[in-house]
Design a protein around this ligand. Structure first.
Ligand code: CO8
Length: 255
């Protein structure tokens, strides 16, 4: 049975992790379905933005502990057991995590692979792997530290404590917090706003902010300038600026 649901609403893909009985724990099947889906979304010219959420009371309560428990080093390391997540993180189009509940371990790490995290006021975030005798393994140590800094990242990774949406907002882990019942409305509004712009600028914006976390400032500024300059070769740039001058809404063509 399929675990990851997909629905297209205009230029927005809505992806739902649908294994609520296991709190959407991320097993091999989830990773395989989700990474294949995101590759298709990336290639689909009709889709500009993805919203990912979870069915039930969790976004995802981490990697599937029951599935992982019996594995040995050869399985985990030689078979690069979690490599599918790299495909998810490599998506060039914006992905919004609409975090509806628990985002723990790999679930928190999945949310951090996304570009915006919009959290329900009932959401809970944590990196509790230390309680299982391991550590974050899907990018949490680096993405969490870059997102919230050493002091808070050490606190979460070493104690394994859960934080609520208000704290996640205060420390900069999430972009916005929405009342639980309005989560998908708020996430879809954000997605539709982005999807209303031209894809060349959307892709460039995502790429340059992503690279900002990895490049020294001088290189980052140069990288930004190259992409900014390249956008002057697009019809969307001509249209966007003409529409401003003519006081009308722009009609972007993704060209
Ligand atoms: N894996 C498998 N099953 C899970 C998981 C999980 N991560 N989380 C919950 N479940 C299952 C439970 O076993 C339970 O199933 P069953 O009904 O068959 O017993 C069902 O979901 C409901 O869960 P609970 O009964 O426990 O619900 P509670 O409300 O009592 O508790 C909690 C909710 C607090 C979220 C609790 O379920 C919990 O602590 N879950 C585990 C959280 C966790 O430790 N996550 C980290 C996992 S490790 C990880 O993510 C590593 C990522 C990096 C790997 C990359 C390696 C390269």
């Amino acid at each position: 049975m399929q675990i990851v649901d997909f629905e297209q609403k205009g230029r927005v893909a809505v992806v739902t992790l649908n294994r609520p009985e296991a709190l959407n724990a991320l097993n091999y099947q989830t990773m395989t379905e989700l990474s294949a889906l995101i590759v298709q979304i990336d290639r689909n010219p009709e889709i500009a933005v993805t919203v990912i959420t979870g069915a039930g009371r969790a976004f995802a309560a981490g990697a599937d502990i029951k599935e992982m428990a019996g594995r040995d080093v050869a399985d985990m390391y030689l078979n690069d057991y979690f490599a599918g997540w790299d495909a998810f993180a490599a998506c060039r189009k914006p992905v919004i995590a609409a975090v509806n509940g628990f985002a723990l371990g790999g679930g928190c790490e999945l949310a951090m692979m996304c570009d915006l995290i919009i959290a329900s006021d009932k959401a809970k975030f944590g990196q509790p792997e230390i309680k299982l005798g391991v550590t974050p393994g899907m990018g949490g140590s680096i993405r969490l530290t870059k997102a919230i800094g050493k002091a808070k990242a050490m606190d979460m990774v070493l104690t394994g404590r859960m934080i609520d949406a208000a704290e996640a907002d205060r420390i900069g882990l999430v972009s916005r917090v929405a009342p639980h019942d309005e989560l998908m409305t708020v996430a879809m509004e954000a997605a539709e706003t982005i999807a209303g712009y031209g894809l060349p600028a959307i892709l460039a914006a995502k790429e340059m902010v992503g690279r900002a976390l990895e490049l020294p400032t001088t290189e980052g500024v140069r990288f930004e300038r190259r992409l900014f300059t390249a956008l002057f070769a697009t019809e969307d740039q001509k249209e966007g600026m003409a529409a401003f001058a003519e006081k009308r809404p722009p009609q972007f063509k993704d060209r």
